[in-house]
Design a protein around this ligand. Structure first.
Ligand code: GLU
Length: 471
């Protein structure tokens, strides 16, 4: 426990703090807050030496107000029931904020993936899936897992295959899990989705001149300095896209093996290649190695993106944080007590349940694609292309000038990746505006996190009311 509260209690504290700003009945608030179903399991898996290992695993469905429930599966030795409950709760609020019509869930398997061979990981994943099937904890309309810390498209394909084996002939079986490989009913853009969503959110936040002025910054993301903790799927893509599309300067990186600083900017691809070669970010040419692996969090910068695990900014280091904006790309990187300190300091914290919602948003697109049994754009792409071509011809005839081949290419119909990215951008921008409006309109609402919780609580309560469960 980092501080006086467990991770789940941190989430409950945030919830209670926001609930004060609503006028909803107590019973309804308690129902929204409670975890609806917790499945804690132990199962044996035969390992290479012929002996069995008993694996500890969980699946928590936090809220059934909408079905299916949705959320990733984490493989890490930090997994425990409290953590999975907290992460499942965050999924409920996350989905509500970005209008993804799911309840929240999360799964966890307490293992260190790198200590197992691929065959052993496959065995563990398939056995875990079988346990979920046995208890009716997985299905396209029941509960739909996805990748999380320590898992990726490979694990999702094992889950999909195991599910399909047990549900032969079920036409929507592919929609039982998202984050699948592109060629196995996945969707383009899912891998980068959380990181890309982080970029859209940061860009939107920086576009509010008045908010930037309050923290001594100018409007716009271009030229802002950034520090990232964690070069996993989320951190890497968030940094890469912020640099490539936002003109951000990456000046610090923290990883498991240490942290580095480079004031004139880090080339993220070069750093990734360096790490692949040497196994570490430490010693990256031109950079200074900082004292500890957490030191980079305390660097002077405009934007800090903790994209690793929970409990990274705590009462121990919160008062040393110098960033002006914190984008919580990981789930729960700032503890409740640390958040109060950051608020005092005037830091803008863009909360996890909003800023990292890009992953589940694109998961929703994948799920819809699986249910529709058709790739996006199949019906209209050629029609649009012909229409755009005709426009090109009309312009040529009317102006007597040739529309260049390059411009003609721009007139092509949208590809799947264009649709996914534009759907994600629209979602992230819209949700930010909703939260920002709640924050700006009510001076008693202290920060964006409280505003995000208020927004989520109100949406979930109206779902409960329309279900007829609460009057
Ligand atoms: N694990 C991701 C998250 O924490 C994605 C969940 C999903 O796509 O269902 O948001």
């Amino acid at each position: 426990m980092a501080g006086n509260y467990s991770f789940f209690q941190n989430v409950e504290n945030y919830f209670d703090n926001a609930a004060k700003h609503t006028d909803l009945p107590k019973g309804l608030l308690s129902q929204i807050k409670a975890c609806n179903a917790v499945y804690s399991m132990r199962f044996p898996v035969k390992m290479g030496d012929g002996d069995y290992e008993v694996i500890e695993a969980y699946r928590v469905q936090h809220s059934h107000h909408r079905l299916p429930t949705k959320g990733g599966i984490r493989y890490s030795n930090g997994v425990n029931q409290d953590e999975v409950k907290a992460l499942a709760a965050l999924m409920t609020y996350k989905c509500a904020i970005v209008d993804v019509p799911f309840g929240g869930a999360k799964g966890g398997v307490r293992i260190i993936p790198k200590n197992y061979t691929e065959e052993q990981l496959e065995k563990i994943t398939r056995r875990y899936t079988t346990e979920l099937i046995r208890k009716n904890f997985i299905g396209p309309g029941i509960d739909v897992p996805a990748p999380d810390y320590g898992t990726g498209s490979r694990e999702m394909s094992w889950i999909a295959d195991t599910y399909a084996t047990f549900h032969h002939g079920e036409i929507d079986a592919a929609a039982c899990v998202t984050g699948k490989p592109e060629k196995q009913n996945g969707i383009k853009g899912r891998t980068e989705a959380t990181g890309r969503g982080v970029f859209y959110a940061l860009r939107e936040a920086c576009n509010y001149e008045a908010d930037m002025e309050k923290i001594g910054l100018t409007k716009g993301i271009e030229g802002k300095t950034m520090v990232v903790q964690g070069l996993g799927n989320v951190g890497y893509h968030a940094a890469r896209i912020s640099i490539e599309e936002g003109g951000v300067k990456l000046i610090g990186v923290a990883e498991y093996e240490g942290s580095i600083h480079k004031a004139d900017g880090i080339d993220i691809e070069e750093l990734m290649a360096f790490r692949r070669k040497t196994g570490s970010i430490v010693g990256f040419p031109g950079s200074t190695t900082l004292e500890t692996r957490e030191s980079a969090l305390e660097l002077e910068c405009d934007i800090l993106v903790p994209a690793a695990l929970e409990n990274q900014i705590t009462i121990k280091n919160a008062d040393r944080i110098k960033a002006k904006i914190i984008g919580e790309a990981a789930n729960g990187p700032v503890t409740y007590e640390a958040d109060l300190i950051l608020r005092e300091k005037g830091v803008i914290v863009i909360p996890d349940m909003y800023i990292n919602a890009g992953g589940v948003t694109v998961s929703y697109f994948e799920w819809l694609k699986n249910l529709s049994h058709m790739r996006f754009g199949r019906m209209e792409k050629r029609f649009n292309q012909t229409a755009y071509d005709t426009i090109g011809n009309v312009i040529e005839n009317a102006t007597g000038k040739r529309v260049s081949a390059r411009d003609r290419r721009l007139l092509r119909g949208a590809e799947q990746i264009d649709l996914v990215r534009s759907g994600l951008e629209e979602t992230m921008v819209n949700a930010y505006q909703q939260i920002r409006e709640i924050w700006a309109a009510n001076p008693a609402i202290e920060d964006l996190r409280t505003a995000a919780f208020v927004n989520a609580i109100e949406k979930i309560s109206s779902d409960y009311i329309s279900l007829g469960i609460f009057p």
